[in-house]
Design a protein around this ligand. Sequence first.
Ligand SMILES: Nc1ncnc2c1ncn2[C@@H]1O[C@H](COP(=O)(O)OP(=O)(O)OP(=O)(O)O)[C@@H](O)[C@H]1O
Length: 279
Amino acid sequence: MIQINDVRKKYSDGTEALKGINAEIGKRITSVIGRNGAGKTTLMRILSTQLEPSSGQVLIDGLDVIRDTLEVRKKICSIPQEATPIGILTPMEHVTLYLLARKFQYRDARKEALNALDSLGLFEYKDKPSDTLSGGTKRKIFVAMAIASNADSVFLDEPTTGLDPVSRMEVWSSIRKLESNLIVTTHYMEEAEELSQEVFMVEGGLVIERGEVKELLSRFRGKIRAESHNPLDGSIRISNTYVKYIDEKEAPDYLRLGCTVKKVTLDDIFILRGVSIES
Ligand SMILES: Nc1ncnc2c1ncn2[C@@H]1O[C@H](COP(=O)(O)OP(=O)(O)OP(=O)(O)O)[C@@H](O)[C@H]1O
C-alpha cells in the first residue's frame, strides 16, 4: 500500500510542481496521466526516493520514503523516463547485473532475466551490445529489469514512449503478469484504459480526477465525440478543432456535415473539464 499525504514540491527556482497530492494506492495497476508539465515525473521521483518533497509524507508499506529510504529502496523498482543503457553491455548483462545488485543468486538472476527478455520479444537481441539496438529496444531493457525484479512496488515513468504498437502490447502483457503494486505514467490514454484498474489525472500539480476507467467514462454514456474544423453549435474549441459530444444516434447527421466521429476516451475528460456535456 502506498499512501501519499499532502505532498508538495517547490523547486529551487520557485516552480510549484506539486501542490498537495493525496492518494492511497493498493496492489493494482495505477496509471498517472496528465499533460506535459503536470507533475507526473516529480511525483514518481518522490515515490522512488530520488527527490525529497518540500512537505507532506509518502509511506510505502508503512515505510517513510525520507526516514526509511534504504529500506524503501529494497522494496521498490523505479525506471525513470530518461534511463539509457550502457552501450557495451547487452540486454542480458543489464538485467542480470541489476538482479545481482538486488541480491538474486546468479542462477536465478539469469533465469529471471531470460524470462523477462523473452516476454518482451527481446530474446534475439539479448546478447547484442546495447549501442547497436534501436531506441525502442533499449527502452524495453529497462522494462525487462522492472519485470524481472519482482519488487513489491514498481514505478515506470512513460515505459512505452517511442515503442511501436506491437512492442507496446508486449510491454502491456508483461506488465499485467506482475503481482507488484505498479504505478505507470503515460501520455497514452489508450494505455491507461487498457492497463489500469485506477487512474489518477494530474493537472497543475494536483489530482483533478481519480477512479476506475469505467467510472470516469460513465459520464459520457451513450455519447460520442464529433470533431470539425468549423464551429458546431455548442462546440468546444481546441486550437483549430471544434469538439462536440453528441448522442450515438446523431452520428450519421454529423458525418454528413463533414465531421469526424470518435469513440470517447479519457482524453475527453481533459477536454471537458469544467464543462457539462448536457449543456
Ligand atoms: N529540476 C527542476 N527544476 C525546476 N522546475 C522543474 C524541475 N523539474 C521539473 N520542473 C517543473 O515542474 C513542473 C512539473 O514537471 P514534471 O517533469 O514533473 O512534469 P510531467 O508531468 O512529468 O511532464 P512530462 O509529461 O512532460 O514528462 C514543470 O513545470 C517543470 O518545468
